[in-house]
Design a protein around this ligand. Structure first.
Ligand code: NAD
Length: 479
């Protein structure tokens, strides 16, 4: 029998001694024990923050182009180890091998993309009201960033926080999700193989209650970059309040997909189905509820159900011919099951699926389509995070927009229409951070991923995401 690996925190360029208290990490497809990871204390968090703070001054004084060379070396390491890293992700998170490979390669590209900002970080010179005065707006790093991660795209999210933080002159302490920490430690091993200065990148693993809270309440953290649920985001906001710590919160979503009467129905079906089954429906920005115009509702719902019913699922480690793996854990599975049961009691009709999958092991739920839904149902309001699509019939675009906006979430939305003017009307009416027209919801690294309402504060990616990790300093110079 192979030995269970015990991972160690990565602090100040070194792996710490073997942890005294650990958390078990399991494979959601078969329940097997994969690893033991540190159940760290607040003192260990403090050590990591101290290391990051000690490293920050000299790191920020290096020219940005020099910082970029370190990032690019990490991207090379990620590509060289892509296959192994993808396997680690599949084992602990349960996504398909194909999707894990996409995640790893996208991560390397993302690190390179952020490194390439090195020569593009700009300040401003502003005209003054006073004669002989110049006003300069400088951009400076914030200091030490805490990156608190969820489990659904665990590897990519390390880079989404680390790369913009580091290129702009900050240092970082990363806390992976206790569900999926192994890939983060494997990433740290690759960082350790480069000559990145000690303390610039640190990993401390543990529970949200202990490690997440210690990071959120620390007066020595200058920014908390968090991705996760609305509930935890709200906790972090309160925990950070006494120190007025800068927050960047990427929270949940309940993405509406609007299918209008003139839509290319086959395209809409394919895109909405793909958007829901990717990562077994556990994606913040993917279609979570559908509003379809009455005249095409029957055709759309019947084609969507057929497509969803053809979705193949199973154990992603042993099967490559599948479209999705299990849900992350029993709690996730129970939540999906309860939400569908409640929707049925409230009058929704199961068109396909609607049950636990009949597999011997793993947290699998059948790909499901529910019709006859309405805005009062919980399933149209709360994040499902599973392979379930509730469908509601609407009279027109105005009703669809009104229903879509009547939500506590405001991350992404999508619209299917052949009319440019309807698409433009939808974009102007939808109160969302992103709208996708005639395509599945998946953001580009040069865009800006940010949510309205409870979906978050601030955002990630592109120029705007980069500048989230900087503050301004204005100098008024009278000559
Ligand atoms: P979660 O909120 O349960 O946990 C996220 C992280 O927060 C974990 O590392 C956890 O340990 C930590 N944490 C928990 N309690 C904490 C506390 N009191 N203080 C500090 N940290 C704490 O989220 P999850 O279940 O891991 O991820 C799923 C959620 O993430 C979904 O709601 C999804 O929509 C959201 N998400 C959003 C985006 C986005 O870009 N907006 C991307 C991915 C996932």
């Amino acid at each position: 029998m192979s030995e269970i690996p015990v991972y160690r925190n990565y602090i100040n360029g070194e792996f710490s001694s073997e942890p005294t208290s650990t958390i078990d990490v399991f494979n959601p497809a078969n329940g097997s024990l994969l690893s033991k990871v540190p159940n760290s204390s607040a003192e260990e968090v403090d050590q990591a923050i101290h290391a990051a703070r000690a490293a920050q001054a000299s790191w920020s004084q290096r020219p940005a182009i020099e910082r970029a060379t370190f990032l690019k070396k990490i991207a090379v390491k990620v590509r060289q180890n892509a296959e192994r890293l993808a396997t680690v992700i599949v084992q602990e998170q349960g996504k398909t091998q194909e999707l894990a490979a996409v995640e790893v390669n996208f991560t390397a590209d993302y690190i390179d993309y952020m490194a390439e900002w090195a020569r593009r970080i700009e300040g401003e010179v502003v005209t003054s009201d006073r004669q002989g005065e110049n006003i300069f707006v400088f951009r400076k790093p914030l200091g030490v960033v805490a990156g608190i991660l969820p489990w659904n795209f665990p590897f990519f999210l390390i880079a989404r926080k680390m790369a913009p933080a580091l290129i702009t002159g900050n240092t970082i302490v990363v806390k992976p999700s206790e569900e999926t920490p192994n890939n983060c430690f494997e990433f740290a091993k690759l960082v350790a193989e480069t000559d990145l200065p000690s303390g610039v990148f640190n990993v401390v693993c543990g529970t949200g209650h202990e490690v997440g809270n210690a990071l959120s309440t620390s007066p020595k953290i200058d920014m908390i970059s968090f991705t996760g649920s609305v509930g935890t985001g709200s906790h972090i906001m309160a925990a950070a309040a006494p120190n007025i710590t800068k927050l960047n919160l990427e929270l949940g979503g309940k993405a509406p997909a609007i299918v209008l009467a003139d839509a290319n129905i086959d395209l809409a079906v394919e895109a909405i189905k793909n958007s829901r089954i990717i990562n077994t429906g556990q994606v913040c920005n993917c279609a979570e509820r559908v509003y379809v115009q009455a005249s095409v509702a029957d055709e759309f719902t019947s084609k969507l159900s057929k497509a969803m019913a053809l979705t193949r699922y199973g154990d992603p480690m042993t099967q490559t011919d599948i479209d999705m793996g299990p849900l992350i854990n029993k709690m996730g599975l129970d939540k999906v099951e309860k939400m569908v049961e409640l929707a049925k009691q409230q009058g929704a009709e199961v068109v396909t699926g609607g049950k636990l999958a009949d597999l011997a092991q793993g947290f699998h739920y059948q790909p499901t389509v529910l019709s006859g839904c309405n805005s009062k149902m919980e399933i149209m309001q709360k994040e499902i995070f599973g392979p379930v699509l509730p469908v509601q019939i609407v009279a027109d675009l105005d009703e669809a927009i009104a229903c879509a906006n009547a939500s506590e979430y405001g991350l992404t939305s999508s619209v299917y229409t052949e009319s440019l003017s309807l698409a433009m009307n939808a974009i102007s009416g939808l109160d969302y951070g992103e709208t996708y027209i005639n395509r599945e919801n998946f953001e580009a690294m040069q865009g800006f991923h940010a949510g309205a309402r409870k979906s978050g504060v601030g955002g990630a990616d592109g120029k705007h995401g980069l500048y989230e990790y900087m503050r301004t300093h204005v100098a008024y110079i009278q000559s």
